[in-house]
Design a protein around this ligand. Structure first.
Ligand code: SF4
Ligand code: SF4
Length: 377
């Protein structure tokens, strides 16, 4: 395992970090984490040298933090770093934020958080951050050692990033970075702003919620020809790991196979050569041309008031995106639970207002209904 030193406090952090938001669950229920399998994943990560574990208040419908606390209880507290996030969008007062932090400490079975983040900072969350005047409280938590490093996760425009960085004395920033978003979602500009500010960058969504683990037949073939036996996901990991200001790359691992693949990649990280970069660009073009939806399965749009399973439907659309016709969609859509299907959308707009990928969800659902309607006689 490769380790990188945090320039802010000297921490040696494993370049591969464990994201505690895509753990295996029973019957598709997010709050029903399959503890035995999930614990084996955490244990394999720890044994493989991973020392950074990233949770959040709302991951797995609030089940992630308690599970994380239990799963890491077997290991000396000082041997790993715990990260979690404050859902400020849900808070109306400083007291609510304080109560949430106390709840998080209890759930995580700890009296301090190594890396604490304001979750999903955007224009509205930043407005709340200023309105509730959190800085004095955060400063006191930092002084007392209850928070070791303070940062935020970010999905918005680079201009806002600069403004937020100037507002407070942050220690780190977590951004969505992968070879598609490097240009597509301004990740390059964000990375450069953070680097210029002298702060370490933590990477989330290096495989874009699993999308870059399978580029479709065309893209996969290009990469497999170049490196037979190497996973498609390993290309995405090597791409981000090569950036020198990246402190750790978070991967939401869901299976033992993913852990083994990632550990193999990070045990000996080799940057992509110029020739490999050209091959990856070629594969990425084929992937983009397949017109997939940039959904990362983050579930920020959930719950939908009408019961629509938005991430599930985006996933379904992406699975059939490589078909080049609506044939696969027409075959699979009838098997989707009726009560969660696209026809229930009331176009209230909630999902689009919170989707960090700015997906036109309502139009996508409308098209899905039209594409799967019974053909007229
Ligand atoms: S627009 Fe439709 S899918 Fe989105 S939140 Fe409203 S009802 Fe749900
Ligand atoms: S539609 Fe948007 S908010 Fe919902 S899961 Fe996908 S990326 Fe996240």
């Amino acid at each position: 395992m490769e380790y990188r030193k945090n320039p802010k406090n000297g921490d040696d952090i494993s370049l591969l970090g464990m994201g505690m938001m895509r753990l295996p669950v029973a019957d598709g229920k997010q709050d029903q984490i399959e503890e035995k399998t999930a614990r084996a994943i955490v244990d394999a990560c720890y044994q493989g040298g991973v020392n950074y574990y990233d949770s959040a208040y709302y991951y797995h419908d609030e089940a992630s933090e308690p599970f994380t606390g239990k799963a890491l209880a077997n290991y000396p507290r000082g041997s790993y770093r715990l990260a979690t996030k404050l859902p400020l969008w849900d808070m109306k007062s400083l007291d609510e934020a304080k109560a949430a932090f106390e709840t998080q400490l209890k759930r995580l079975n700890t009296d301090y958080v190594d890396y604490y983040l304001i979750h999903a900072m955007d224009k509205d969350v930043f407005a709340t951050f200023r309105q509730l005047e959190l800085t004095g409280w955060l400063d006191s938590l930092r002084r007392s050692g209850a928070i070791k490093q303070m940062g935020f996760s970010f999905h918005a425009k680079p201009e806002l990033l600069t403004e937020i960085l100037e507002h407070y004395n942050w220690d780190f920033v977590q951004i969505q970075l992968n070879y598609i978003d490097w240009e597509f979602q301004n990740a390059r500009e964000q990375y450069e702003i953070i680097e210029k500010k002298g702060l370490p960058c933590i990477v989330m969504e290096p495989v874009r919620g699993g999308r870059l683990a399978d580029l479709g037949p065309g893209g996969n073939a290009v990469l497999q020809r170049q490196a037979p036996g190497k996973s498609i996901a390993s290309w995405a990991m090597r791409y981000v790991a090569a950036l020198p200001n990246v402190l750790t790359v978070l991967s939401g691992m869901s299976s033992a196979e993913q852990v083994q693949d990632n550990l193999a990649t990070f045990s000996n990280v080799t940057p992509l050569s110029a020739q490999e970069t050209a091959v990856l660009e070629q594969a990425a073009e084929l992937f983009k041309a397949a017109a997939t939806i940039p959904c990362t399965q983050c579930r920020y749009c959930m719950p939908c008031p009408a019961g629509v399973d938005i991430p599930g439907l985006m996933n379904l659309l992406n699975k059939v995106a490589f078909d080049g016709s609506t044939f696969g969609l027409r075959q699979r859509y009838p098997h989707f639970p009726e009560e969660n299907n696209a026809s229930h959308c009331t176009q209230c707009g909630h999902c689009e207002s919170v989707c960090p990928q700015h997906i036109p969800i309502m139009a996508t659902l409308e098209k899905l209904v039209a594409d799967t309607a019974p053909a007229a006689d």
